[in-house]
Ligand binder design. Sequence first.
Ligand code: FES
Ligand code: FES
Length: 156
Amino acid sequence: MTHEELTLDVNGTRRTGLFPPGARLLDALRRLGYTGTKEGCGEGECGACTVLVAGRPVNSCLVFAKQVAGKPIVTVEGVGTRYASGLHPFQQALIDAGGVQCGFCTPGIVVTGAHHLDSGGSTDDGEVRAALSGNLCRCTGYSKVLQAVRDAGAKR
Ligand code: FES
Ligand code: FES
């Protein structure tokens, strides 16, 4: 199989790699070492693979890497890099609230929740639930995740 060279802009760094035809963004990111992005369902239902593309959350399992070559991509590894602690306030709030159990859903929840807060989203319960409605978690029961969004939002 002939591989194709693509350059992706990931967390502010241009990364070039060879990928099979039809490679999903999820696979390309993981091949480049961004293994924080997880595959759950592989069909757009669970949100574990969420990354930002051009400032919007997308399910990276549903996007071809080639479609987003040259567009800015942010993975969970890049969400907190502008903070001295290396953690976005929502990441710290998740830790403080106990909003992480097995952690498999957490990268997608971090990307989505941080984006919601950074884009001025409300901490109103209904709006937070709507923002995170595409991110499924089998462990936490969601209440601590929602609490973490409210806590981080209150500190903005
Ligand atoms: S792995 Fe992409 S939405 Fe579930
Ligand atoms: S913490 Fe286990 S799936 Fe969410």
